[in-house]
Design a protein around this ligand. Structure first.
Ligand SMILES: Cc1cc2nc3c(=O)[nH]c(=O)nc-3n(C[C@H](O)[C@H](O)[C@H](O)COP(=O)(O)OP(=O)(O)OC[C@H]3O[C@@H](n4cnc5c(N)ncnc54)[C@H](O)[C@@H]3O)c2cc1C
Length: 334
């Protein structure tokens, strides 16, 4: 009895010692002007590891972002890498910078959000450092053990890593964001910021401009599927979304059919969302779609097929033709 109590105490002391010795680098995601909200979820995951949290701000003319990051609760230090070579946030340019930073500071963990940016950067960096990346974690069990989903969210996996540095992407919806206030971290230049990138060149990007909230951060999301029939009919959802201050998403079938652009796709191979309210319109509820939205607080489904699988996860289901239901709903919302 005594022996088991001592060993439990020893184990807990060992874990807190491990935590104290941790030092984590979070790679901030931003557009050179403003921080992307997933950074705040990623810092929350970093805090669960214990120890110091530093943030790397890498970009082009991004000192404003470094200022913003220095105020984040729980960030101890900001490393700034500001260089034209980082235009377009290409992983070919940023990975060598991360390797140089790691060689100097010997972090125990490097974290980025599980977004297109993080998913682009982390595997390349892990390969250069010769460790296994751990992707899309939804929980931290201890400094070396992490929880993640597999099989489109149908099974939960616990992964233990013995690598000297754990290189991880974090699912934002699984960690409540930290506050952007309360911190006062010092900023210093990141080592190896003077990189050149001969492997790839940033040409241009076209950004969708919208007054609606960003899909992954919106409190309400209305998504349309193949049932919308064409792109013009999505206007029904845009009008409703404007009244409800909602973001508009889509199933992959709607994206593949060209109804809407692919940055609106929700699901396993699209964006992961967990809003307060998710309204699925003309979406059948394939597991790959559910993988991106089933953690939403309240799910409403509108579908004319009473056997559609979406009704199995819906809190409220409306078996109705969407072309009748959506205008009716719209007329009821002031
Ligand atoms: C590797 C892989 C990854 C994938 N990743 C994703 C992903 O990230 N996201 C994703 O969404 N899918 C993904 N898919 C595709 C997925 O399997 C489904 O094919 C897709 O989600 C179906 O989209 P849908 O529900 O819009 O279309 P459908 O399955 O065709 O469903 C359309 C629904 O609309 C209803 N409907 C039709 N007309 C009306 C009407 N007038 N009123 C009301 N209801 C109506 C129908 O009853 C039906 O239920 C992936 C598939 C694979 C293999």
């Amino acid at each position: 009895m005594l022996a088991s109590r001592i060993s439990r105490q020893q184990a807990s002391r060992f874990f807190s010692l491990l935590k104290r010795n941790n030092s984590t680098l979070v790679i901030a995601e931003h557009n050179n002007e403003k921080l992307t909200p997933i950074t705040l979820n990623t810092v929350a995951a970093a805090k669960k590891l214990g120890g110091d949290v530093s943030c790397l701000v890498v970009g082009t003319q991004c000192s404003k972002v470094a200022e913003e990051v220095s105020k984040i609760e729980g960030v101890n230090k900001v490393l700034l890498a500001d260089n034209d070579a980082f235009k377009g946030f290409l992983p070919e340019a940023i990975s060598p910078l991360l390797v140089a930073t790691q060689n100097q500071f010997k972090y125990t963990h490097i974290l980025a959000g599980a977004t297109a940016f993080g998913k682009n950067l982390i595997p390349r960096t892990a390969a250069l450092l010769d460790v296994s990346p751990i992707s899309d974690i939804i929980g931290v069990e201890s400094p070396d053990t992490f929880i993640r989903t597999i099989y489109a969210g149908n099974a939960i996996q616990t992964v233990k890593s013995n690598d000297a540095v754990k290189i991880i992407t974090v699912r934002g919806t699984a960690f409540a964001p930290v506050e952007v206030t309360g911190g006062s971290a010092a900023t210093e230049p990141a080592p190896g910021s003077d990189v050149t990138n001969d492997l790839s060149e940033f040409v241009s990007q076209e950004l969708t401009k919208s007054d609606r909230p960003e899909l992954t951060g919106a409190k309400t999301v209305i998504s349309g599927g193949r049932g919308m029939k064409n792109g013009e009919n999505f206007k029904l959802l845009y009008d409703l979304a404007d009244k409800m201050h909602a973001a508009v998403g889509a199933s992959r079938a709607a994206v593949d059919a060209g109804f809407v652009p692919n940055d609106m796709q929700v699901g396993q191979t699209g964006k992961i969302v967990a809003p307060e309210l998710y309204i699925a319109v003309g979406i059948s509820g394939a597991i790959q779609h559910l993988a991106g939205m089933k953690d939403s607080k309240i799910i409403v489904a509108i579908n004319k097929d009473p056997d559609a699988p979406i009704f199995q996860v819906a809190d409220y289901g409306l078996v109705m033709d969407l072309f009748k239901a959506v205008p009716e709903l719209d007329s009821l919302i002031k």
